[in-house]
Design a protein around this ligand. Sequence first.
Ligand code: GLU
Length: 391
Amino acid sequence: MMNQEEASWRLERDTTLSQARSIVFKVGSAVITNEQGLDETRLQALAAQIISVWRALPSRKLVLVTSGAVACGKAILAKFNKDYTIAGLSAKQAVAAIGQAQLMHAWDRVFQPYTQPTAQVLLTREDLHARTHFLNIRNTFAELLDMHILPIVNENDTVSVKELTFGDNDSLASLLVNLVDAELCVNLTSAQGVFACDPKKDPHAKILTHIEDVANLNLTEMCGSKTHVGTGGMYSKLRAARRCAQLGVPTLILSGREPELISQAFTPGSTLGTWICKQKSPIPRRKYWLAYQDDPQGSLTIDAGAAEALLHGGSSLLPQGIRELTGDFAKGALVKIVSADNELGVGLSNYSAKELLEIIGLKRIEVAAKLGNAHYPCVIHRDNMVLHAVV
Ligand code: GLU
């Protein structure tokens, strides 16, 4: 007999896999490249399986996020015997430019036997940063998806500036889930799924069939520190999955290395990979965009009373509850909200750091005396705040 939790995630998995109207697939470099460069056999196997998922529900909209430009570029340089050391950001950007064309060409080629056209979309984080740009790109995706084209997306590494990169393609995929209103994210990786603990420390570590409450997982404990994994790695996959869960979208983390695995995983009753359940009360899509379109530019430390009011009273953040701040941010910037060393969330500040320094800790009447009547009563309005943000 299945217990209630077991029955509930299995039902969520089976229903989502068979009915999701829009899916973002993400494939990492480690899945599609080897020492020689692109592994075309693996690309063919992936294309065949993605097509079979599509044919099972042809009205479905699919997006594929692929890494591999840098790995391809390196292999091309090595092939032409170019004695070139890839050091620093501009070298990596140049190598990505070399590899991206081959990467895209290879993907397009493996979908040709299925008469499935593809489209290349290269994005920088800046493109999703301004709300109007975000909405423009959303319209372009809508057109492509209506035309039954497969958009193949990568970060535009060649022009991305260091301060505004997605960081990794897991993060890019989590933003695309919002952009295209996806109902599922499938993250194809080199591992079989998520290990219960570090397999390097415990060789008997088991793959988790599911994660019910990804928000309460201690990612650092489970996957090591953030810096340790840099781009990619399980940390960034779980971080992306946690964001998707917040939006009400589950994630399947699955090996992309075996020929039939995706098709098997989509079969009802399968427990292959790790299923990461969606959060029961999702945040609105605009708030999701707001929390993740930028890196926080500073932080506001608030007192216990203000923290209680935000967490349990549904309140906005008032000047009175703020104790100190860091960063030199402008009005409208995204900032972290911190209390007693806990990161409570993020939000858009109605005041610049300079203005805030004048008014933190003050009551409304004192703020009015300093700034006149045309001031904002709150520093961060509730509508512009996301608690438990995954930054
Ligand atoms: N955009 C990078 C590439 O195509 C990969 C980033 C990542 O692996 O997350 O090589």
